[in-house]
Design a protein around this ligand. Sequence first.
Ligand code: 0RA
Length: 638
Amino acid sequence: MSDYRAASISVLKGLEGVRKRPAMYIGSTDVRGLHHLVWEVVDNAVDEHLAGQASVITVRVLDDGGVEVTDDGRGIPVDLHPTEKVPAVELALTALHAGGKFDQQAYAVSGGLHGVGVSVVNALSSRTEVEVVRDGYRHTIAFERGPRVEALAKAGKKRGSGTTVRFWPDPDIFETTDFRFDTIAERLRETALLNPGLEIVLADRRDGRSETFRYTRGLAEFVERLLAGKDPLTAPITIVDARDHESRKVALDVAFTWSDGFHDDRLRSYVNIVRTADGGTHEEGFRRALTTTLNKFGRDSGALLKKDPNLTGDDVREGLVAVVSVKLPDPQFEGQTKGRLGSTVARAYVEQVVSEALAAWLVKHKAKGRQIVKRAAVAAKARQAAKAARDLTRRKGLLDNQSAGLPGKLADCTSRDPSETELYVVEGDSAGGSSKQARDRHTQAILPLRGKVLNVEKAQLSKVLENAEIQALVKAVGTGVGEAYDHDRLRYDKIVLMADADVDGGHITTLLLTFFYRLCPRLIEKGHLYLAQPPLYQLRKGDKVAYAMSDKERDVLLRSEFKRNTNVEVQRFKGLGEMDAEQLWATTMDPGRRTLLRVNIEDAARADELFVLLMGNQTDPRRDWIVSNAHFAENVDV
Ligand code: 0RA
């Protein structure tokens, strides 16, 4: 047997192995695995771009189930491999792991996470065609389910250079062979964002759709897209570096900013253009750099006071929007899905470069820097409050629903059918009195909260939990809080917060919403928390009575309903306590006439932010204004 035949037999055994265990090579044979074939072929073309040789990549979804990827690179070599005695292009399509460029200095996508090589695509396709333009000719070769079926041949003269790979996924292997335009588009956009200047065209021959991705401003543009229209604290801070680090050729590209639009971080990282969904050493280096540099700047600039604790990684990451892209030869991946970078060289390298660059940026942008630090300090306070609250509930179990009977202050309803009952949580004793008279005793329960809870100024959430009034509230609601929360024990269908429409009312509402948001968010998510809407004015002329929720509504009524009337009596309710039972029933409690606002989780999240503002030590007059003018629930629900 000739060398050639021996070699080709062993090669084809390899591809048979791929067909026997496709998931080992591409993860799965579902729609994800199917698209993995496209990523594999595109990554090869991107490698050619990274080598500085290709500037346009075109991906066509064909109308007969195939996909075609073309690049304008050098073209896969067509000359005979010196020892294997087959054209290099044939070897690339048939030998496992033979797609690389054999250059240890180069960063190669195909040597990275996916790295299975285009031969795997061939093995899993019913047909694969490759066209190479180079040396003045167009060369063609074709394969079916692995083996070559058409030998490499010249198909006419052609100038320029490039590679086209066309493949039709094997329906015997894949559960579906239906490519999704949006899935491919999203991935190609990401690739284009990570490779400034590279043009990627996607064309769908099935319906004529097409899109071109080309970005020139680098990762800053990527961060702008991740912001999704939310306002950033700064224009993206960008860092670009390339050097020899510990005798390895490494490169780093970073862009980041912060936004109030996000609570956690939006950090994306890549190694050699491959996404590292589970982070790794490069992300660790980046985070360490942010934390240490911002702490140092915070101390030096006075943005962090002596008594303030150091910012933690979590604090600094709140609202962070960042893209970290490193390139290094031969990266090591870890974890179940190989989505985490393990190479230790990346940690020190990224930390060093980002620390230096961020420190230099802070010198030039002191005011912005202080804002960034202050923002993180607020996040730190919120985190401490939430942690203290969690610790407290765990330690004492005192907020557990089983721990005692119902609170004495609760005027419960008679119905035991939770689907028809409501709990009115009422601020103040006098309002508690009138609402008890006003209510429908069968379905409506009243829990008055005394003034003491109103002192939310400077109160930590943990202190709030020690408050007897709040404990009464938890017992009345019935579910328990935090880890002890049990939704099935909810005693009322609606929990209605009823507070005055003034600053104090704003404070108590903020406090209660924050309390529910942090300790029983499920109750909000399932739509059981409401805000009552007591009126601000009563308008009366003889028998004719109307109520207005706002100054604007009052003026409208005066111009319409009471238009021809003189001497209209306008009463302003300073608080719920000023309304008699009848008025309270007519305006705020009668299910047939009242307006209730259902609180959604975003409303509650905003209250949580305001609560942090309230907790702060600063005496900012704007703060009271914000709190009393905060409209927590917009959607009207009767
Ligand atoms: C090996 C060596 C060279 C280029 C390539 C592979 C190559 C592979 C792919 C895959 C898709 N497009 C591609 N373009 C090029 C370098 C050949 C030379 O030095 O001319």
